[in-house]
Design a protein around this ligand. Structure first.
Ligand code: ADP
Ligand code: MG
Length: 363
């Protein structure tokens, strides 16, 4: 097989006392969407900046399409596009003018810049707003315009650094569509995100990083499979908890944990069948409102990876998302995304518990 189009080996980067990257390894196959997932401060932007030739590593090396990002930075730059959390859009120009300007900056001819701008505006659904000044655009529209600017010269590898952080759910959906369309065209995408649901939806492969190193990786399915299934039971009578717990323990080999009265949850061996759980509980005269056999959410995987402890959540207040939500049949993670603009606190599906220390959206 060909060498992956993006390769990082043992990247280290320090800023004074802060060790932002501690030996980061990464490999992305051509045409794939790789989700670099991690909480705020994990080292995502530092990694992207090094891969995009904007910063040099202190140690380690990286290649894009076989070119070293330090020694052959010019070659690399010609192959990549970069769009970030802070859209670099001129507010006084219209969307169309912005794109033409970026096209000229990329040394496209005037005619070619015009044509590319029109194509992209059409393709990413901004044609109607193309002649309005960008200062009137919503955060999502600016982000899309910024994304289009990075696509003017059809990069082979596109780096998207938190493209949806701070956007409302609808704008996030629009960016997701745009990324999917690019992936369908065969563009390799490295997307950083703090959102588990975003990585789950967009990425072929996920690399979870924290404190500058990789703590887990695989396809979303593989990551979830590392934790195995879970069985959740909601009892009609909380008083039957003890009996139900015995039944479940006998079936799963693990004492279940009770996130709230009348609710039991337990890791489930792959062989466990839902019908058997229902039958055994019935045989023990335990009345149930709901029994669910589900795959863990990426949230649970992340919690597991970051604290490195047992599969079972802690016994006291359970904060893991998805615990109260029956699984999607296809195992997709459901995340609560609050309505309205998602700037600031309470954005759904964010990994880790850390608050952002930077602004969600460019004003
Ligand atoms: N230019 C810089 N100067 C000092 N510290 C920095 C700089 N850039 C990043 N850091 C620190 O390095 C760590 C990783 O940052 P970053 O790569 O931006 O993480 P992420 O993008 O995952 O939020 C953080 O602790 C951050 O504060
Ligand atoms: Mg960042």
């Amino acid at each position: 097989m060909d060498e992956p189009i993006v390769v990082a080996e043992g990247l280290h980067k320090r800023f004074g006392d802060v060790h932002a990257l501690r030996g980061l390894d990464l490999a992305i196959s051509a045409g794939k969407v790789c989700g670099l997932l991690g909480p705020n401060g994990a080292g995502k932007t530092t990694a992207v900046r090094i891969l995009a030739t904007l910063a040099d590593p202190d140690a380690g090396r990286a290649r894009v399409a076989g070119h070293d990002v330090v020694r052959e930075a010019d070659r690399v730059r010609a192959l990549i596009g970069l769009a970030g959390q802070y859209a670099a859009v001129d507010e006084k120009l219209t969307g169309r003018e912005n794109l033409r300007m970026f096209g000229r900056l990329h040394h496209l001819s005037r005619a070619r810049a015009r044509r590319r701008a029109d194509e992209l505006l059409e393709r990413f659904g901004l044609a109607e707003a193309a002649d309005r000044v960008a200062g009137t655009y919503s955060g999502g529209m600016r982000r899309r315009l910024d994304l289009m600017a990075s696509l003017l010269v059809a990069p082979r590898v596109l780096f998207l650094d938190e493209p949806t952080t701070g956007l409302d759910p609808r704008s996030r959906g629009e960016i997701w569509d745009a990324v999917r369309r690019l992936a369908d065209d065969g563009t390799t995408v490295l997307l950083t995100t703090q959102y588990l649901d975003e990585a789950d939806r967009l990425a072929d492969d996920i690399v979870v990083i924290d404190h500058g190193r990789v703590i887990g990786q695989g396809t979303p399915d593989e990551l979830k499979a590392t934790l195995g299934n879970r069985v959740d039971v909601l009892l009609e009578e909380p008083g039957s908890s003890a009996v139900a717990a015995d039944v479940l323990a006998a079936m799963t080999g693990t004492a279940p944990h009770a996130p709230s009265p009348g609710r039991l949850t337990s890791p489930a061996p792959a062989s466990l069948r839902l019908a058997d759980v229902v039958r055994e509980l019935d045989r023990a005269d335990v009345a149930v409102t709901d029994v669910t056999l589900r795959r863990p959410s990426l949230d649970e995987v992340f919690l597991h990876l970051t604290d490195g402890t047992a599969h079972d959540p802690p016994a006291a207040p359970d904060t893991s998302a998805g615990q109260d939500v029956p699984a999607d049949p296809n195992g997709a993670v459901r995340q609560a995304v609050p309505a309205g603009r998602g700037v600031g606190a309470g954005q759904g599906g964010r990994v880790g518990g850390t608050a952002r220390d930077d602004e969600g959206e460019v004003a």
